[in-house]
Design a protein around this ligand. Sequence first.
Ligand SMILES: Cc1ncc(C[n+]2csc(CCOP(=O)(O)OP(=O)(O)O)c2C)c(N)n1
Ligand code: SF4
Length: 272
Amino acid sequence: MFDYDKYLRLNKLPLIWCAGCGDGIVLKAMLRAIDRIGLSKDEICMVSGIGCSSRLTGYVDFNTLHTTHGRAIAFATGVKMVKPEMTVIVVTGDGDATAIGGNHYIHAARRNIDLTVILFNNHIYGMTGGQVSPTTPFSYKASTAPFGSVENTFNISGLAEAAGASFVARGTVYDAIKLDRLIEKAIRKKGFSVVEVMTPCPTAFGRRNRLGSGAEMIKQLKEASVPIEKAVNMTPEQLNGKIITGILVDRDLPEYTANYQKLIEQLQGKAT
Ligand SMILES: Cc1ncc(C[n+]2csc(CCOP(=O)(O)OP(=O)(O)O)c2C)c(N)n1
Ligand code: SF4
């Protein structure tokens, strides 16, 4: 049996997450991935913003920073620049990373800085009671869209790819074992890596949209998921409403901290 306790701050339990929330499944997948890579707790800095998902950093026994809303990637960039040898993991929600934090997300991808972003996509602002977020699907209800959202939805994985990320993957809390493999690959990858995790918020999103319990929402994730290997042979019509999972992008591009180090060495006359 996997020993999760050795990575947890047990004195911070119980968790604040609601029954049926998917966030705990992501937490466990992250811990299994970290354990497989064999990183010590001291080698990791985990940074989060504000939101239900961002509360995760309070529960884990790494170097952790619980920062301001939308600024997790900005703080993580600072940590990575002064401690490039550290594995820096960002835990953030769709609202945190793609609404208020949208510009940090875009520019970290453009710089291709070696961070791993675990982006919890529950389609809503969970912590503040269900306001519409950039990932709320068209026509779905939120506290600020009681008659259904009239906004188009962000493709946040596509955004990271277009901006220059090295690695982009999408997983769901239904397939938790596959999820930990994706997180492992993302952490191992040098460069900006994103794992978009589809996770249910039964309280703020599911209830309002009559999607059922957390377990039922996880079943819906299972039914909507299509692995990328299968999706490449499907038409846009067939893919409508589906969640494409797996590794979407994996490419080697120049990385920001390495380029910065090279510049320092050049300026110090140490370049070979
Ligand atoms: C500058 C600022 N604006 C707004 C808030 C209020 N706020 C806290 S969490 C949150 C939304 C979090 O949503 P998301 O990132 O999707 O995370 P979730 O709670 O769904 O995991 C907001 C708007 C804040 N704390 N700071
Ligand atoms: S409000 Fe939603 S995201 Fe927040 S803990 Fe509850 S179920 Fe999870």
